[in-house]
Design a protein around this ligand. Structure first.
Ligand code: AP5
Length: 290
């Protein structure tokens, strides 16, 4: 299963991607994480991306497209992936389509996580991760079980992102509305876009995502089905009408046989073969008469 999670900064893409990874055995491909790793390693890409990320702007398309193309080719991505933070521009969305078509891979779900801007600054400014294993937390919304201790690995060291301050967050939100939100109609037009309420509590968002992944049809496909010509809809309606009749017949038949008769028939049926089986292969026993 291959999924794209779309949504503004702080919508919960990373939080939910981690859960989907565990639950469905998929791999999270986060361009933000890849770029941060590149910055930390001091690579050429990292040096190029650092200032852009700290300013809350988008790294050039060709850089992130190359990162994703390379990552999707690795063996662990074959079991299925969750794209988190990619695509972020129409150019990236088109490049992704081409890339997947060349590799014979299809996208199963494109899911938008809807959250009002007003909530996002609070979410992002309270966010931190475990410095050792990367588990995500929030000062108020997602605390570890023991204050200051990572639930997953027990480390007491935490990290906060350089771009998680109010000023950069508002720049990132601007970038989202100007460059990323326009790709929503791109996926909607393909009938591929589904949405969840990202304002709901974290566990509820996970349940909503599971509902989609376990088979709910995209809204666009449902709408198309509803607008199908009536001629196609008729046999369905007829089939539905005939069902209650069949049920009524079964009910009448069941009523016709009194419960006692049914039990008796059952017990006769069940005893006879048992008796036969019990005598099978045995010699008849003669009783002596005195
Ligand atoms: P990236 O790392 O992708 O950041 P982002 O998209 O801004 O998203 P975030 O990671 O900030 O948020 P999220 O949606 O994952 O939320 P999270 O789950 O952490 O990108 C960083 C930068 O890299 C970009 O600005 C850009 O410069 C560059 N970049 C990356 N990809 C690029 C691309 N494709 N093209 C060009 N440039 C690119 O949740 C946030 C907090 O809220 C957490 O603390 C969490 O606990 C809490 N929370 C989550 N869900 C809920 C909930 N339902 N209720 C309450 N709290 C919640």
């Amino acid at each position: 299963m291959n999924i794209v999670l779309l949504g503004p900064p702080g919508a919960g893409k990373g939080t939910q991607a981690k859960r989907l990874e565990e639950r469905y055995g998929l791999i999270q491909l986060s361009t933000g994480d890849m770029l941060r790793a590149a910055v930390a390693s001091g690579s050429e890409i990292g040096q190029r991306a650092k200032a852009i990320m700290e300013a809350g702007q988008l790294v050039p398309d060709e850089v992130v497209i190359a990162l994703i193309a390379d990552r999707i080719d690795r063996p662990d991505a074959r079991k299925g992936f969750i794209l988190d933070g990619f695509p972020r521009t129409t150019k990236q969305a088109e490049a992704l389509d081409r890339m997947l078509a060349e590799k014979g891979i299809k996208l199963d779900h494109v899911i938008e996580m809807k959250v009002d801007d007003a909530l996002l600054v609070d979410r992002i400014s309270g966010r931190y991760t475990c410095a050792k294993c990367g588990a995500g937390y929030h000062d108020r919304n997602q605390k570890p079980r023991v204050e200051g201790v990572c639930d997953a690995c027990g480390s007491t060291e935490v990290k906060r992102r350089a771009d998680d301050n109010a000023e950069t967050v508002s720049k990132r939100l601007e970038a989202y509305h100007a460059q990323t939100a326009p790709i929503l109609p791109y996926y909607r037009a393909k009938g591929a876009l589904q949405a969840v309420d990202g304002m709901a509590p974290i566990d509820d968002v996970t349940v909503a995502l599971a509902g989609i992944l376990n088979g709910a049809a995209p809204a666009a496909r449902k709408a198309k089905a509803a607008s199908r010509p009536k001629a196609k809809a008729k046999p369905r309606a007829a089939a539905k009408k005939s069902k209650p009749k069949a049920k009524a017949k079964t009910r009448r038949k069941a009523k016709a046989k009194p419960a006692r008769t049914k039990r008796a028939a059952k017990s006769t049926r069940s005893r006879k073969p048992a008796r036969k089986a019990a005598h099978k292969g045995r010699k008849p026993v003669r009783r002596s008469r005195r």
